[in-house]
Design a protein around this ligand. Structure first.
Ligand code: SAM
Length: 225
C-alpha cells in the first residue's frame, strides 16, 4: 500500500522542533516522586500504590502530546470496540484516558518514571476510567505487546526502531501510531501532518504552534531498507 503523505516539507521542520522538544528541553516536570507501580482494575485497586523506586533513567523526557494530536492519533488508529490500546511511555496518561473515555476500550499505559505513573494514575481517577485503564511502571523494552491491538508512541526515532522486534509480534491488523517520529526500516501506510493552531493547553509553557506529524503502520508492516 502506498503511504498517504501530507505536506512533506513541513514534516522536516516539525521533526527538528520535535527532536528539540524531546532531547534538548529538560523534563517539564521533575521526576522527584517515589510513587507506585502497576495499578489498575477495580476502583479499589486503582487507588492503591506501592512504593517503587526508579529502575533507571527514562530514555526520553516527558513532553505531552497536545490533545488535538492525541485525538488524531486515535482516529488514525481507527480505535473501535474490543481494541486494547497500549501507550508506551504514557507520561500523564492522556492517551490511554482519551481512548477509554472516547471509545470505551481497555487501555494500558506504561512508564518507567514513578512520577509519571503517579500522574497518570491521578488522571485515570479524575476521569473515572479505572475500570478500563491500567497504568504500569515498566521499561517498555521488556514488554510482551501481544495483548495490544493498538500501540501509541511518542518517543524518539531510534527508540521506535529499537521497538521493532516487539512490534512485529503484534497480531495481524494491529495498528501502531507515532507522534512526530518515523520508524526507520518500517514503511508507514499513512503519514499526516497537522498544526494545532493557537490551541495551547492551560498551564503549559512549552507548547507552541508547530507542525505535528502522525505516522501509522499496520501489522505486518512492510520493511524498507
Ligand atoms: C515524550 S513523553 C510521551 C508521553 C505520552 N505518551 C504522550 O504522548 O503524551 C515519553 C515518556 O516515555 C517515558 N519513558 C522513557 N523511556 C522509557 C522506558 N524505557 N520505558 C517506559 N517509559 C519510558 C518517559 O518517562 C515519558 O513519560
Amino acid at each position: 500500500m502506498r503511504p498517504k503523505i501530507t505536506f512533506p516539507c513541513m514534516i522536516s521542520t516539525g521533526l527538528t522542533f520535535a527532536v528539540a522538544f524531546l532531547v534538548l528541553i529538560p523534563a517539564v516536570r521533575s521526576a522527584d516522586s517515589s510513587a507506585g507501580i502497576a495499578i489498575q482494575g477495580s476502583k479499589t485497586e486503582a487507588a492503591k500504590t506501592s512504593p517503587a523506586a526508579p529502575t533507571r533513567k527514562p530514555d526520553v523526557v516527558f513532553v505531552p502530546t497536545p490533545q488535538k494530536v492525541v485525538d488524531k492519533m486515535l482516529e488514525m488508529a481507527e480505535v473501535k470496540s474490543g481494541d486494547v490500546v497500549y501507550d508506551l511511555g504514557c507520561g500523564d496518561g492522556r492517551i490511554v484516558v482519551t481512548a477509554a473515555k472516547k471509545f470505551g476500550v481497555k487501555a494500558v499505559g506504561f512508564d518507567i518514571d514513578p512520577a509519571r505513573v503517579e500522574e497518570a494514575l491521578a488522571n485515570v481517577r479524575t476521569n473515572k476510567v479505572e475500570h478500563l485503564v491500567t497504568i504500569k511502571q515498566a521499561d517498555i523494552f521488556t514488554l510482551d505487546l501481544r495483548e495490544a491491538s493498538v500501540v501509541t508512541l511518542y518517543l524518539l526515532p531510534d527508540l521506535n526502531v529499537k521497538l521493532i522486534p516487539q512490534l512485529e509480534k503484534l497480531k495481524p491488523g494491529s495498528r501502531i501510531v507515532s507522534h512526530d517520529f518515523s520508524m526507520r526500516g518500517a514503511k508507514p501506510v499513512e503519514v499526516l501532518s497537522m498544526s494545532i493552531g493557537d490551541d495551547t493547553e492551560a498551564g503549559s509553557n512549552y507548547e507552541m504552534d508547530r507542525n505535528h506529524t502522525v505516522y501509522k503502520w499496520v501489522v505486518p508492516f512492510q520493511r524498507e531498507p
